[in-house]
Design a protein around this ligand. Sequence first.
Ligand code: NAD
Length: 501
Amino acid sequence: MTIIRYTPIKEIPKIRETLRATFKAGVTRPLEWRKHQLYQLARLAQNEADAICDALNKDLSKPRLEVLRTEVGNIVERATKSAQKLDVWAAPEHPDVPDWQKGWKPTILKAPRGTVLIMSPWNYPFILTFQPLIGAIAAGCCAAIKPSEVSPHLSQLISDLLPKYLDPSAYQIVNGAVPETTRLLELQWDHIFYTGNGRVARILAVAAAKHLTPLALELGGKCPVLVDSTYDMDLAAKRILWGKCNNAGQICVAPDYIIVPRSKQGEFVESLKKAYKTFFPDSALGASHYGSIVNDSHFHRLSSLLERTKGEKVTDIIEGRKDAARKRIEPTVVKNVQDGDPLLEEELFGPILPIIPVDSLDEAFAFINARPHPLVLYAFTEDPNIKQRRALCLPFTVCFISRKHFIVIDETQSGGLVFNDTFQQLTVDELPFAGVGESGYGYQVMKYTYDTYTQLRSSVDIPKEAERSLQLRYPPHGPEAVKALSRAVHLPIPQSALNGH
Ligand code: NAD
């Protein structure tokens, strides 16, 4: 049985033309029209929640509550809130300018970028398709949407549903795999929003460069977790394991590896066992609130990692049993993992938790900083000296010398930084979400997604009466004009505290 109907390749340019014509005709400009589309998207998520849960159960065995909590509910809420906030976001801004420029009416207009392409992955395929779309609609863009072929039930479902709720002349889904995506990328788009892995992101960036298309790349990587020796190990273990079990570890912000003080490794593993027993009294393997691995290829990739690791698998409770028929792998803790281990090569994207014991915080930071910048860095600590150097940083020179303070905020780089929990940061709608370096660039969620699709179009309207104050600019320039026009060159520059250094 065919689960997903791919879009015929010859249709793809026509789809783009339809969307562009709609944009050019100004259909998406009125704010009331955009709000209606946003409410319609919220209605799609709300009315079709059962069908969405069903599709994600087929694609990923995703537990129903997980789908409602992390995918459907977020879209209902964020689409609705975006519609409610749109008037404020879209209002032109009038920056404060010197008196002599006030009459020019300097204004920042919020212009839609145009016709955009959204490409989403399989792991959270509902929210990661529609969250970027919320911003595109709010900003007044038209969009072609390319969901993942790896989650085919969900992709086909949203293709069937979208035209029932949204204006198909402005928003259309293109289904397919590499050939269809390649065709999409040959065309010119006014923006591309891609969520997925870094390998495909590079293909995309090359294709986009041909048209100078701006990009948002929401990528992944290995998110480290640092546990300070003084932190409550039971609480850290419970919060880390919970974060890791969401979608069986198949999420970009999953804790990837955990760094603990060597003297605390045993206690931490015992705490993980306790947490596991509470979450899954009868093992995760058969639990209805635990998901499966998406396909055989990822199941074999994870199984192979577990066979090749030189670390010690914790075997009594969290023993990492597998069910190949259902593509399930229990959460698996591997301790005493060392640099160079297969588990530390690439993003795990599955329910494996390697533990790296270290002898000092210095060693921990060196380990994290030797790797590409992660999407999120998790740190379990209540010690302000570990959180941030600046908290104790007076004067600068003392701070510079005192290498004994190992400071998370100032000495690492990551897309986001979360103290004392995992995953929960995703519930804060007011914070921007983005990577840095290998984990991507371009901000999203609510206002930040709106901004991504919005061009800040600067405008001035210089009245005839300004002519008097502009006289000096016209040649020929006498000494008075030269002095006035080059005035900025001679502005006094304040002394800084570090003058001369
Ligand atoms: P995927 O395989 O579903 O691919 C994503 C998109 O790229 C799909 O639409 C697919 O059709 C397209 N694609 C695949 N190969 C292509 C090619 N050769 N040429 C052109 N297009 C191609 O998803 P994935 O990449 O496996 O997703 C998982 C990755 O996404 C992980 O690395 C994860 O960390 C990351 N991710 C990041 C975020 C975030 O917000 N930062 C969220 C979720 C996932």
